[in-house]
Design a protein around this ligand. Structure first.
Ligand code: SF4
Ligand code: SF4
Length: 744
């Protein structure tokens, strides 16, 4: 007797129904994606395939959170393995016959073994998920009906396969795969008493149930958030392979083609996003990882990157309904033209107009509330944490661009920052002539005004590649430009940091020069606030200056103490033609100078130091450990990690031009970050970013904890090497910036 699916030819009916239902919705998803802007993500195929291996099959991001990550991986891998055995049901044993054909039952038995192991793992994982969602539910997970429908379907699919296989083994007890079926085999022993005839009926019933559930599951996907089962793979494949810290360059000169409308700057509605950013809305699993460490979500603000994706998907669903209505009006109109249905031309135009409106409906205040658009610090956690590689920051910045460039709609505080950057070349509004005030009393060479720049010294150490387009090699072998940045030039507290850095370079006998009054703001705050016009104006000016510095003075390395300047020059200025220079952060250079023995931190300083990762240094550029090594190079100093560190490091609240905006809602982000540091009872907090320094210092002041000094790693190192003493004109350190025992 053989276990077969009774009335098998009728399977064409549920298969046809499932395909129809799937297509009925999926085609509108595709229509929405086609309405988006073009984006070329079809290059670098090997890298894209590698990403599939890492993020989809390897489940890399999910496995960073072991419990839920492992159970998700079991379900994912289980589905791949169970595809073969489910395929066997759908083809009434054909898969087994084909797999068993060349060398007998060996391959099929191996598949059965894997499938049975995964039956157990998937069932256990689904039970874990239900408990997690109902009992131990983390805040990031919502209790939705859809989630339980899907969990119920997965459980039932696997359960019917398990029971169906067990019935089959009762019908065919001599089947060679039975001994490998570690789940269905034992169950078949328990069922043996019912006899083969009853087991054959049982197999037929569970077999049909299994087929119906599998086809129903497939048909339901385009209507559910679990569409990610099939949409996350393309989302990962078409990931951004450019440096993460580089925003898309806008073509501000774009002219409309004949008969086309004027191009829209940024993203007003759905059709202004690229197809890949629209696809983000379809790939979101609603897992909430993106909001877990989002500084805005963590401090009670409206912004949630997860809700942005949900909002995007809802807006897409509404547009799909409008498109479907327009298509149905079109069909009716055609019928009417042939004398059939009575749909009028007016009805068709109305439906088309509604579809167009739905695609142009503003994202702001529909997909995302207006205040949330401005609450983002562009810290990049959401992008780093998302398992399906959604690019939230790009979408938020595109919405900001439209608001700024087309609607002039932005927080009023930004007016002053924009005006100052435009008129004075810095957000502080200070005159260009005071750009060198930080160096008073120091003999700092200014490029083009001095020949103090020594010939390149003969460095030999290899250096990590900094940027794909930059020359590789030793930065110390070339000529170094010390980029001061606006905070270093104009903020009193940060002037001490750039002084420390200049003195350390002097002490290490590194030849360098600065640009002086020719330096202007990199434009980072303007770009991240959506003012691409202003950003491009500043970027073009700086790129011309830096290119001339390279061509005329042989500058091959730029070192910056500000991660925002570092990121912009390194990752975004190549968009404007900057080539031939490598850009490094001062922590990288200091780490190297200490390792080479050119800086010797000899003064003992007993201190536990909490190291704060700057987002644009760590997450965006993966410079994590150099600053920590510099701190720990000082005898007596040790680093204590906050709970959120390295890739999970929490933003200080200043990024994304938030430095220049009021923080009106929820807890202040810098307070939250300082509290996280204080939990570790540090003696000091170390930063490697001028904006983090300002924010965290304000935080310790507001929380009455000025006993915990906030200092840049360059200052900590300058203390230990005695570099300060090399500066006859250096101002006395502000006691508020020193650890308690030094201030006294
Ligand atoms: S970039 Fe940072 S602040 Fe903005 S949404 Fe993402 S996690 Fe939140
Ligand atoms: S955007 Fe990514 S991390 Fe956030 S809920 Fe969706 S899938 Fe999860």
């Amino acid at each position: 007797m053989e276990a077969t699916i009774p009335f098998y030819p009728f399977i064409v009916v549920p298969i046809g129904a499932a395909i129809f239902l799937f297509w009925r919705r999926a085609r509108w998803h595709m229509a929405i994606l086609r309405s988006g802007r073009p984006l070329d993500r079809f290059d670098r195929v090997p890298e894209r395939i590698k990403a599939l291996g890492i993020f989809v099959f390897g489940q890399k991001r999910l496995l960073q959170d072991l419990g839920p990550g492992l159970t998700h991986a079991f379900v994912f891998w289980g589905f791949i393995v169970l595809l073969a055995t489910t395929g066997n049901y759908l083809t009434n044993g054909l898969v087994e016959a084909i797999v068993g054909w060349p060398i007998g039952s060996f391959f099929w038995s191996a598949i059965v073994l894997f499938a049975n192991v995964f039956v157990a793992l998937v069932l256990a994982s689904v039970i874990y998920y239900v408990i997690r969602r109902t009992v131990t539910r983390p805040a990031r997970l919502a209790l939705t009906r859809d989630a339980f429908v899907i969990l119920g379907l997965i459980f039932s699919i696997v359960l019917t396969e398990w029971i169906g296989d067990a019935f089959a083994y009762v019908v065919e007890p001599e089947s060679p795969s039975r001994m490998w079926a570690v789940m269905a085999g034992p169950l078949s022993l328990a069922l043996e008493g019912i006899g083969p005839e009853a087991a054959a009926i049982g197999f037929g019933v569970t077999g049909w149930a299994h087929i119906a559930l599998v086809l129903g599951f497939g048909a339901y996907l385009p209507y559910s958030k679990h569409l990610h089962i099939i949409s996350s793979e393309p989302n990962v494949y078409f990931r951004n392979l450019e440096p993460r810290g580089a925003l898309r360059k806008m073509d501000l000169e774009a002219e409309p083609e004949e008969g086309e409308e004027l191009p829209v700057f940024g993203a007003k509605g759905l059709k202004d996003l690229t197809w890949r950013h629209l696809a983000d809305g379809l790939a979101c699993t609603e897992c909430g990882r993106c909001m877990e460490f989002c500084p805005a979500s963590m401090t009670g603000k409206v912004l949630s990157p997860k809700h942005l994706m949900e909002g995007l998907r809802d807006q897409m669903a509404a547009a799909e309904t409008a498109l479907a209505a327009a298509a149905s009006a079109q069909r009716a109109w055609k019928g009417g033209a042939k004398g059939g249905a009575a749909a009028s031309e007016d009805a068709l135009q109305l439906a088309r107009g509604r579809a167009e409106e739905a695609l142009s409906l503003p994202l702001m205040d529909n997909a995302i509330p207006e205040e949330a658009v401005w609450q983002c610090t562009t810290c990049g956690w959401c992008v780093e944490g998302c398992p399906v590689l959604i690019e939230h920051v790009d979408t938020i910045v595109e919405i900001r661009r439209n608001a700024v460039l087309e609607e002039s709609k932005f927080p009023k505080e930004l007016n002053a920052a924009f005006r100052n950057m435009e008129n004075a070349g810095n957000p502080w509004g200070q005159p260009k002539s005071s750009r060198l005030d930080w160096a008073k009393g120091l003999d700092v060479p200014v490029l083009g005004q001095t020949d103090a720049l020594a010939p390149p010294s003969a460095g030999v150490q290899p250096w990590r590649t900094i940027h794909a387009t930059a020359p590789t090699g030793d930065p110390l072998a070339g000529r170094i430009l010390f980029w001061i940045g606006c905070a270093g030039a104009f903020d009193d507290r940060n002037r001490k940091v750039v002084r420390a850095m200049a003195q350390l370079l002097r002490q290490a006998d590194v030849s360098f020069a600065v640009l002086g009054a020719r330096e202007t703001c990199t434009g980072d705050p303007a770009r991240r606030a959506g003012n691409e016009y202003l950003y491009q104006m500043l970027a073009e000016e700086n790129v011309a200056t830096l290119s001339a510095a390279h061509a005329e003075h042989g500058i091959s390395t730029i070192v910056a103490t500000c991660p925002h300047c570092f990121n912009t020059i390194r990752n975004e200025y190549p968009q404007f033609g900057l080539t031939g220079v490598q850009v490094i952060h001062h922590t990288q250079l200091l780490d190297r100078l200490v390792a080479d023995g050119r800086l010797v931190p000899s003064a003992h300083h007993e201190a536990v130091v909490a190291y704060h990762d700057a987002c644009y240094l760590g997450r965006y550029n993966e410079v994590y450990d150099e600053g920590r090594r510099v701190v720990e190079s000082v005898p007596g100093q040790s680093v204590v990690e906050m709970d959120l560190h390295h890739r999970k490091g929490m933003c200080c609240g200043a990024g994304g031009a938030r430095m220049w905006m009021e923080e009106r809602e929820g807890t202040r982000i810098n307070h939250k970050r300082v509290e996280q540091a204080l939990e570790k009872s540090p003696d000091e907090i170390a930063t490697a970013c001028p904006f983090c320094l300002i924010m965290l210092r304000d935080g310790t002041t507001d929380l009455s904890r000025t006993d915990v000094a906030v200092r840049d790693v360059a200052e900590l190192l300058a203390d230990a090497t005695g570099a300060w003493q090399r500066d006859v004109g250096a101002p006395a350190a502000d006691p508020a910036d020193l650890p308690a025992e030094r201030a006294s």
